[in-house]
Design a protein around this ligand. Structure first.
Ligand code: CA
Length: 432
């Protein structure tokens, strides 16, 4: 529409600019359309003719314009009335602010909306944080998955035992030494009554003596507070280089000592204190009973040593019966869950160990490990009894030893080579 309107206007301008030019004297009453219009100066007739020809188009255009203007006007009016309505509403709302409960209500609603908005923003923040958490968890899960895949791959590889186990076998370590083994280390033994072989640490010295080690304390790395089954089966770690702590196990010790051999077994106990001093004690005819007899400890007699005979009890000076009630010969084994002691209470529970408890002990090599040795009732914890690694004929009951070894050997071999003193000098791997 607009282009034609412009064209018409352009035509009019053209027309009037020429109207002041020469008049050709045409008669208005007998007006004939003049084809010459536009080529020459217009006549009255030409002008009229022009107007007559172009007027309807212009009028149409004007009508359109008018109609458009009206539409625009209508729109403006609509907007105006909306604004007015809004103004009125606000005013009336403000006016009726005090008395009108609805306004109050709406204000409350506005407050609510604000609160909700705040809540929504807070929750959005939470959602964002949770999403972050989720993402990090997912990352972690992916890492774990990766790790588990790696582990699975590792598990699928054939197991490589890095522990060196010697090939010679025998009924005990002396038997193994008799067969020519000269290296201390891990060996499989199978005592007469054993249904299967088991691993032990053999201490084989230059005299061809083979000690079978049944207990080792050296640094407190293994907790000796264990139950009946654990003491029965053994716990801790055997190592080929004698660097670890362990209890071989009551059942194995029983099998190793329950031989039909006429040669008695000697138990050698070696001790090291925190100043590096070393002492030992030997017990001849050492035996551990079966589980049916609660792994009872028996020995024939104290065979010697410089650590003293703590196994036979000690007179603490508290009571005349002290020595009798702290001797270990003939005592059954006790753990916190199996009380076979001679005490109303539970020695193994109070002292946190497994041992041949009487009421309770003068020797206690499975006791709690105390760094530095000296400890007090307070250190002893809940019960406050002497619960350290004790050999009371050497150090008193409030001194816990640094290292201990319990090992067995047939009597016939004990004195081989340099005799007992040679054994003392050797002293296994203790204190090294
Ligand atoms: Ca008891």
């Amino acid at each position: 529409m607009a282009p034609s309107l412009l064209a018409a206007a352009g035509g009019l301008v053209l027309l009037f600019s020429f109207s002041s030019a020469q008049i050709r004297g045409d008669n208005v009453a007998t007006c004939n359309p003049n084809d010459g219009f536009g080529k020459y100066c217009p006549t009255t007739c030409g002008v009229a003719d022009y107007l007559l020809r172009y007027m309807p188009g212009v009028e149409n255009d004007l009508d359109d314009m008018q109609s458009q203007l009206e539409t625009i006007a209508n729109l403006t009016q609509g907007a105006e009335s909306t604004i007015t309505y809004m103004k009125d509403s606000t005013t009336s709302a403000q006016k009726s602010a005090q008395p009108d409960p609805y306004f109050k209500k709406s204000t409350n609603m506005l407050d609510d909306v604000l609160r909700f908005e705040k809540t929504i923003i807070a929750q959005e923040q939470q959602i964002f944080e949770l999403q972050n958490l989720l993402a990090s968890n997912e990352r972690r899960m992916a890492d774990l998955k990766q790790l588990s895949i790696q582990l699975q791959q590792k598990c699928n590889e054939p197991c490589k035992d890095t522990v060196e186990i010697q090939t010679t076998t025998g009924t005990d370590c002396q038997d193994i030494a008799n067969k020519g083994a000269t290296t201390s280390g891990l060996y499989y033994v199978r005592p007469e009554k054993a249904t299967e072989q088991f691993l032990v640490y053999c201490e084989i010295d230059s005299f061809g003596r083979g000690f079978t080690v049944i207990q080792r304390r050296r640094d407190g790395s293994v907790d000796f507070h264990k139950d009946w089954i654990q003491y029965k089966e053994g716990f801790g770690y055997l190592s080929p280089d004698d660097t670890t702590e362990f209890w071989l196990g009551n059942e194995k010790i029983h099998l190793l000592t329950a031989t039909s051999s006429t040669i008695p077994t000697v138990l050698r106990i070696e001790l090291v204190d925190w100043d590096g001093n070393k002492r030992y004690a030997d017990y001849n005819m050492f035996r551990i009973g079966s589980e049916a007899d609660m792994y009872r400890l028996t020995y024939g007699f104290y065979f010697g040593g410089d650590a003293g005979d703590a196994f036979s009890g000690f007179d603490f000076g508290d009571d005349p019966s002290d020595k009798f009630y702290t001797s270990h010969n003939g005592m059954q084994f006790s753990t916190f869950d199996k009380d076979n002691d001679k005490y109303d209470g539970n020695c193994a529970l109070q002292d946190g160990s497994g041992w041949w408890m009487n009421r309770c002990h003068a020797a206690h090599l499975n006791g709690k490990y105390y760094q530095g040795g000296r400890y007090t009732e307070k250190d002893a914890g809940e019960f406050g009894y002497d619960n350290g690694i004790i050999w009371v004929t050497w150090h008193n009951r409030w001194y816990s030893l640094k290292e201990t070894t319990m090992k067995i050997i047939p009597l016939s071999r004990l004195t081989a080579g340099g005799g007992q003193q040679a054994g003392v000098k050797q002293f296994g791997g203790l204190g090294s």
